[in-house]
Design a protein around this ligand. Structure first.
Ligand SMILES: CC(C)(COP(=O)(O)OP(=O)(O)OC[C@H]1O[C@@H](n2cnc3c(N)ncnc32)[C@H](O)[C@@H]1OP(=O)(O)O)[C@@H](O)C(=O)NCCC(=O)NCCS
Length: 329
C-alpha cells in the first residue's frame, strides 16, 4: 500500500482510536484485515456474525482476532431498543416491530443502526453485499449531513512516481448517483474537492465531457458547462474549468490548443464525470490500465462514516479502507 495520506490518518487514530463495524465478520479477508488492525492497535474492530462461526473461520485461516468485539445480530441484548429506534426512524414508511426485527437480522442494517445509535464510530461493508445493499441502509437511516442535499462518492487514485511523491487524483461520482443534475454536480464537485484535500491534493477541478468549451453540442455538454459555471460562481476560490474533454484536462499541450490560459486545463487532478457510466468506467480504466491504486468509493455528504468495499476486494484493500473510514469518522 502506498503511504500517501495514511501516515497522518494513522497518527490521528492513534491519538483517538475509533471503532469500526465490519458487516461481514466471518469473511476471511475481513478477518485478515481485522487481525492486522488489532496488532497495530489504533482501531477497534467490531465483527458482526455468529461468535463461534467467526472464531472458527479465524482459527482455520490462522488469523489472531483476540480483542475484537463480536456481535451476533441474532442474539443481541439491546435488540428491543434498536427495534424501537428503527421503527421511529422509519415511521413514515409504516415499518412494524416484526418487520424491523427481520430487517435488523441482516448485518448491513444492524451495523448501520450501531453507528446511528452511537454504539460504533464507523462501518465498512460490501465484501459480499452489493454497493446498493451497503449504501441503502446508510441513506435511509443516517441521511445526508446538514446542508447537503445528496450523498455522493469519490475514488482517490494513487500511483507511485519516480520522483518520490505519489500522483494522487480524485474522481467522482463513480458509484452512487446515476445521472446527477447540474446542482447535484456542483455539490459533488465541492465535496470531492474537500475530500481530495484530506489526501494531500490541492484540487483543480475539471467538469468532464466529450466537448471542450463549446467544441461539441448536446444536452450533456450543456449540463457540464452550466454546472461548471455554477460551481465557479459558488466557489470563486476553487480552481474550476468546464466543460473539458479528458485530454484537455490533463495534457498541457492539448490544453494550450483547446483551452489556452486556463488555470485548470492541462493540470486537473479532480475529475467530475457527467454520470455514473462515465465515472465508473473512467476510474476502472485508470486502475486497470493506468496502474493507479483505487481507494473508494468514499461516501460524501453522509451524516456518518460508512463505506463500501468492492466484492472483489482483498485483505489489504479492506485494511486501507478501514483506516480511511475510521479516520473520517
Ligand atoms: C444508491 C442507490 C442504491 C439508492 O437506490 P435505492 O435504494 O433504489 O433508492 P431509493 O430511491 O429507494 O431510496 C432509498 C432511500 O435513500 C434515499 N436516497 C437515494 N439516493 C440518495 C442519494 N444520492 N443521496 C441521499 N439520499 C438518497 C432516498 O431518499 C430514500 O430515502 P427514504 O427511504 O427515507 O425515502 C442507487 O442510487 C444505486 O443503485 N446507485 C448505483 C449503485 C451502483 O450500482 N454502483 C456501481 C457499483 S460501485
Amino acid at each position: 500500500m502506498s503511504e500517501f495520506g495514511f501516515g497522518q490518518m494513522i497518527e490521528k487514530l492513534k491519538k483517538d482510536p475509533k471503532s469500526i463495524v465490519f458487516t461481514e465478520g466471518n469473511d476471511p479477508r475481513i478477518l485478515e484485515a481485522a487481525s492486522r488492525l488489532l496488532a497495530a492497535n489504533f482501531l477497534r474492530p467490531i465483527l458482526l456474525g455468529n461468535k463461534e462461526e467467526v472464531e472458527a473461520v479465524a482459527e482455520r485461516e490462522g488469523y489472531n482476532i483476540r480483542g475484537a468485539e463480536i456481535i451476533d445480530p441474532e442474539n443481541y441484548e439491546k435488540m428491543d431498543e434498536m427495534v424501537a429506534e428503527f421503527c421511529e426512524l422509519r415511521k413514515k414508511k409504516g415499518v412494524t416491530p416484526e418487520q424491523a426485527r427481520d430487517i435488523l437480522s441482516h448485518g448491513n442494517y444492524f451495523g448501520t443502526m450501531l453507528v446511528k445509535m452511537g454504539l460504533a464510530d464507523s462501518l465498512l461493508g460490501g465484501a459480499t453485499y452489493s454497493t446498493a445493499d451497503t449504501v441503502r441502509p446508510a441513506l435511509q437511516l443516517l441521511k445526508t449531513k446538514p446542508g447537503n442535499s445528496i450523498v455522493s462518492s469519490c475514488f482517490i487514485l494513487v500511483r507511485p512516481s519516480a520522483t518520490g511523491d505519489p500522483e494522487v487524483l480524485a474522481m467522482s461520482d463513480c458509484a452512487i448517483n446515476i445521472k446527477p443534475n447540474e446542482d447535484e454536480l456542483v455539490e459533488i464537485a465541492a465535496e470531492t474537492a474537500n475530500c481530495a484535500k484530506i489526501f494531500g491534493v490541492d484540487p483543480r477541478v475539471a467538469f468532464l465531457s466529450y466537448s471542450t468549451l463549446g467544441s461539441g453540442k448536446g444536452e450533456d455538454v450543456d449540463k457540464m458547462r452550466n454546472a461548471a459555471a455554477k460551481a465557479k460562481e459558488k466557489y470563486p476560490d476553487l480552481p474550476i474549468e468546464g466543460e473539458l474533454q479528458f485530454d484537455a484536462a490533463v495534457s498541457p499541450r492539448v490544453a494550450e490548443t483547446k483551452c489556452p490560459g486556463s488555470k485548470v486545463a492541462g493540470r486537473a487532478n479532480t475529475f467530475i464525470f457527467p454520470d455514473i457510466n462515465a465515472g465508473n468506467i473512467g476510474y476502472k480504466i485508470a486502475q486497470r490500465l493506468g496502474n493507479f491504486d483505487a481507494y473508494g468509493p468514499i461516501l460524501l455528504g453522509l451524516n456518518g462514516s460508512i463505506n463500501d468495499l468492492s466484492r472483489g476486494c482483498n485483505a489489504l484493500e479492506v485494511y486501507s479502507m478501514a483506516i480511511i473510514t475510521a479516520a473520517l469518522a
